[in-house]
Design a protein around this ligand. Structure first.
Ligand code: ZN
Length: 165
């Protein structure tokens, strides 16, 4: 039983319906505005207190993102809202951490091994082969080149990769 006011519920619905545009993690102030008005902030606080959503402030980009908790996902389903099939479970604590690679091999296409044992390889989108641009799983920029994890397929910008030779 979710105990929130109708206005908080309306806000939840707005974010939930917008989530699909943001891989499940809508930008606060993106398509759904939160004004500085006390009532608006109160509704968001109520959603957080009800354990439906959490907010993640990215001090580098100065943006705040909204994430849905498991309860929030369940509530959205109850309301018949699809949060987006491509929910990215990003550990935001690692936002600015580098992926450190050792055992570097290769000449034109480098590859290396991360601390967790995952293999990463450099890639470049081949337009002739009609490959589509990738999306960085850390900062979400679209990528025409970068690094791809061979264990799981994550793609990231070169700026998140540090090579130890
Ligand atoms: Zn990136």
């Amino acid at each position: 039983m979710v105990n929130i006011t109708e206005t908080s519920k309306a806000l939840f619905v707005d974010f939930a319906q917008d989530a699909g545009n943001w891989n499940g993690m809508p930008l606060i102030g993106g398509n759904v505005m939160i004004t500085n008005a006390k009532a608006d902030r109160g509704n968001l606080t109520q959603l957080k207190k009800a354990g439906l959503v959490e907010t993640e402030y990215d001090s580098f980009e100065r943006l705040t993102w909204l994430t849905f908790t498991e309860d929030g996902e369940r509530y959205a389903i109850e309301l018949g809202i699809d949060l987006g099939s491509n929910l990215l479970k990003i550990n935001w604590a690692h936002f600015h951490e580098l992926i450190v690679l050792t055992d570097i091999e290769g000449i034109s296409r480098l590859s290396g091994t991360a601390e967790n044992g995952a293999k990463w390889i450099q890639f470049e989108v081949d337009y002739l082969a009609e490959q589509t641009e990738g999306e960085c799983s850390i900062c979400r920029k679209s990528l025409v080149d970068g690094w791809m994890c061979l264990d799981g397929g994550d793609e990231v910008c070169s700026s998140h990769i540090k090579l130890i030779r």
